[in-house]
Write a protein that binds this ligand. Sequence first.
Ligand code: G
Ligand code: G
Ligand code: MN
Ligand code: NA
Length: 251
Amino acid sequence: ARVTNPVTLVTNLDGLEPVYQPIWDAKTSQLAGFEALARWRTPHGDLTGPDGLSEFGLAADWTHVAPTMLDKAAKALARFRKSAGDVFMQVNLSAAEIARPVLVQEVESIIRECDLPRDVLRIELTEQAALRDVNRALGALAAFRAAGAGLILDDFGAGHSSLAWLADIPADGLKLDQRLTSMMSRPRGRIIIKAIVDLAHDLDMTVTAEGVETGMHAQAMKEVGCDFIQGFVSGAPMCEDAILENLRSHK
Ligand code: G
Ligand code: G
Ligand code: MN
Ligand code: NA
């Protein structure tokens, strides 16, 4: 029998340390932007992601985390842009978060405070399957866009993400789930990926491939017209200081 341990939600924001994973322009292999990923400092002193928390009987409380992630990631972006030029930052928001008007206000004020142009701070919408009330979701997404944030559909092609969504959701781009990326080595997988890229482009959306681990997959993604590459090939998620150091040494 499966034993379910009680899970405590992490509400302490002091231990929250976002890391940033580089995203490349597929054509030029130049840095294009980052995805912010939540990490917590464990009692052992190392950093753990949302999945690693369960080891400690903990789970991420995204409602607490979201405003802090947006704030830290936007401020890091403003600093990165001083060295790296016109790069973007993508922050994950789960379906439950996008329905919270307070986050729209947070996005609006932080874009103003950090003096960011439109669409460089971007929301990665995760757990789209949880968006039961489509009309409410559409209103919320429109509010984020009006506030100057870009919108990316995360985890596309996996689980419950569906083609029908593409007809309704006003997204700037979609992100191919790791599982799709790993299909690139199979002929049938490549055909499916190419079809998704073409569809996205016909709908005026960009495509980011996630979980790209090898140069061969990066090259294949470029060949089918994918716009952005993210994965161990573009770099692992890193803390802000490591990114800044990298940017300065490559100047
Ligand atoms: O980096 P890692 O493999 O630990 O991420 C695990 C999952 O947690 C990913 O699917 C990622 O989208 C999600 N995640 C990471 N940071 C955040 C966050 O700040 N908010 C939300 N909602 N999800 C996040
Ligand atoms: O938000 P999302 O579900 O997309 O999070 C993706 C997760 O995958 C992150 O936790 C990140 O640490 C992890 N990741 C990033 N690049 C790679 C990669 O190239 N391969 C694998 N296996 N995992 C990756
Ligand atoms: Mn993501
Ligand atoms: Na994803």
